[in-house]
Design a protein. Structure first.
Length: 93
């Protein structure tokens, strides 16, 4: 059994308030959950208006599958026009 964790730092340039940021982040988290069947949570930068840190986690018996899933999640985040991907880190245990 393998556990994959991807931490993602994103910038929401159009956000002018925490409410706007939370709406954008909630929408992104829901899309990731529904498409890839993974767990997603905002784990840091909760009080900043334009920055967020997300953690995506999944469990599988195939390390390659986990790596591909995390790559697909990152590609989805890169494809969202109102969000900029700042940094990411993938760990598979």
């Amino acid at each position: 059994m393998f556990i994959g964790v991807c931490t993602i730092e994103i910038h929401v340039p159009e956000s002018g308030s925490l409410k706007t940021k939370r709406h954008s982040i909630r929408s992104l988290k829901d899309r990731i959950r529904n498409k890839f069947n993974v767990s997603v949570a905002e784990v840091d930068d909760n009080d900043l208006w334009q920055k967020a840190s997300l953690a995506v986690a999944a469990v599988s018996n195939d390390k390659t599958h986990l790596n591909q899933t995390m790559d697909h999640v990152l590609n989805m985040v890169r494809g969202v026009p109102e969000i900029d991907l700042l940094d990411y880190h993938i760990e598979i245990f």
